[in-house]
Design a protein around this ligand. Structure first.
Ligand code: MAN
Length: 534
């Protein structure tokens, strides 16, 4: 059996000073007192005691592996490398003398023949350099953070001052809106009355036109019916128009025709007026047989006063009309609106065709009415403009209040991120983080943006709550949760998104560097006045 003798360890401090501490191979300094050469060894779990020469004899005696710290004999043992010049480490015992160099001081391969080089000093140097770099970054980052805090302080003061100003202008605007509302309402009353007068006049005029048209038609029909031109319409002449058969049974009898003539055999033009009322709805002209044929499904009636006034309300060129129009060409429509007020009927060609056959289009407003409409429109425009300005100011107030009350960190150091966005492009997507607002993902080669969440809350551990941001309620994930993003902040001089990943489907992780998260670097020469005040 190979005897694995005790080993002399050199602990190096700073290169110059070396202290020899003798202890069995693989034992950390902290446990040296349990391994005394001149005493029996008690397993560290207390389970048994063995003679000391069974420590590191390559045979596992203790269930906890503590009798074989320097060999691979115990499956659960740990080997300690001192790694002088770098960092001490434990490796599983199984790696002792396995031909692979694990400890930078080479001590795990003392009997395998592996050609190990001691790299501890080199590693130590590199680590020190890296730590120095990190410390420098932390230092500079912290300086930047102090600036950010100052800027946030001034920014907050500015915003509060701005809020005061905007609140004042809101009051002024409210008063203005109310004043303009009164002006508008005062102008709209006479406008309304004048328009109603105009419409009423037009209604009356149309009634006259309709009556005249009816009379003219009656005269024409009389002539048409009076075949023998004797100045009378007779029973026989009426019978020639089978469409007038009162019961439409296919036989228009003499007595039926006589009934329509009011019980007489013939009527002259004066008596025909009464007959005309009985027949005009059914009468089909001989000259234009189709002219009076009513469209299928509709009663062959003339317009009743009701339908007339319905049509007329369409004709009436008030301010509602532009909204009802087809929005085929917005710009052209807008131009038309203006014109509509000045020359209402003339410009509305679509209605012209509807009206041309009967009464024609409504005549334009008279000058006085048009002036009232123009005046009321101007008052409406001014009122609307003031209302719009008021709404904008209210928006501004809401935004300022929101920003002022936002939790931008203990000293508002994160305030500078508000209204900013940071992007990171990966193989497939462009990720965009707009702190305190939203996170999104857009496919690089086309496709729409997906929300990965909107601002939720600070979500770091209790002792460092500002180290993590949570964005929630993003676009729903197919058969999954709504997308959400966790943003981990680390200290750095730049403000930049360094990585994105999707650890679980539709749950994203972003790494974000910012000076605002830098902590005051641990001071080595404590008591230095520079550090005391930080
Ligand atoms: C899209 C992206 C992915 C996500 C899937 C889930 O492709 O938003 O990040 O994993 O949808 O279906």
């Amino acid at each position: 059996m190979v005897k694995f003798s005790h080993f002399v360890l050199l602990l190096l401090f700073g290169g110059a000073m070396t202290v020899e501490v003798q202890r069995p191979r693989g034992v950390p300094l902290s446990k040296r007192q349990f391994y005394e050469e001149d005493k029996p060894f008690t397993c560290l779990d207390g389970s048994r005691t063995i003679p000391f020469d069974r420590v590191n004899d390559d045979y596992c005696d203790c269930p906890d592996g503590s009798d074989e710290p320097g060999t691979a004999a115990c499956p659960n043992g740990n080997f300690h490398c001192t790694n002088a010049g770098f960092r001490p480490a434990f490796i599983p015992s199984s790696r002792v003398n396995d031909g692979i160099c694990d400890c930078c001081d080479t001590t795990d391969e003392y009997n395998s023949g592996a050609d190990c080089q001691n790299t501890c000093r080199e590693l130590g140097r590199k680590e020190k350099e890296e730590l120095q770099k990190i410390a420098e970054i932390a230092n500079e980052g912290f300086m930047l953070k102090k600036q950010l805090i100052q800027e946030a302080k001034h920014g907050l003061e500015d915003k509060k001052a701005k809020l005061g100003d905007v609140q004042d202008s809101k009051k002024d605007l409210e008063a203005k809106v109310e004043a303009l509302r009164t002006v508008k309402e005062t102008a709209e009353q006479p406008e309304k009355e004048a328009k109603e007068r105009h419409l009423k006049a037009w209604e009356d005029q149309k009634a006259v036109i309709r009556m005249e048209n009816d009379k003219a038609r009656m005269a024409a029909v009389f002539l048409e019916l009076d075949d023998d031109a004797d100045g009378f319409v007779s029973v026989a002449e009426l019978q020639s128009h089978s469409e007038l058969d009162p019961d439409s049974d296919g036989s228009f009898t003499e007595s039926e025709a006589q009934g329509l003539l009011g019980g007489v055999d013939k009527v002259d033009t004066v008596a025909f007026e009464t007959v005309w009322n009985n027949i005009k709805e059914k009468y089909v002209s001989e000259n234009q047989p189709n002219a009076d044929v009513p469209p299928p499904g509709e009663s062959p009636q003339e317009e009743t006063p009701d339908t007339v006034s319905n049509n007329d309300s369409e004709n009436y060129p008030d301010e509602d009309i532009p909204e009802e129009e087809d929005d085929e060409d917005e710009e052209e429509d807008d131009e038309m609106d203006e014109e509509d007020y000045k020359a209402p009927a003339a410009m509305r060609t679509d209605e012209k065709t509807k009206d041309d056959d009967e009464e024609g289009p409504m005549p334009p407003y008279d000058q006085e009415t048009q002036a009232l409409i123009d005046g009321a429109q101007k008052a409406r425009d001014e009122f609307n403009e003031a209302e719009k300005a008021l709404r904008e100011v209210e928006d501004q107030i809401r935004n300022l209040e929101k920003e002022i009350s936002f939790d931008f960190g203990p000293s508002s150091e994160f305030a500078y991120l508000y209204s900013q966005c940071y992007e990171l492009t990966t193989g497939e997507y462009v990720y965009r983080l707009c702190p305190f607002n939203r996170v999104s993902q857009k496919p690089k080669f086309g496709g729409s943006e997906t929300s990965l969440g909107t601002w939720g809350k600070w979500a770091g551990p209790e002792d460092n709550i500002y180290s993590v941001m949570k964005y929630e309620h993003g676009t729903g994930c197919w058969q999954g949760p709504n997308r959400s993003t966790t943003v981990k902040l680390t200290c750095g001089k730049e403000t930049v998104v360094t990585s994105t990943s999707e650890p679980s489907r539709c749950e994203y992780l972003m790494e974000f560097i910012s000076p605002a998260i830098c902590q005051e670097p641990a001071s080595f020469d404590s008591g230095h006045p520079d550090h005391e005040e930080l």
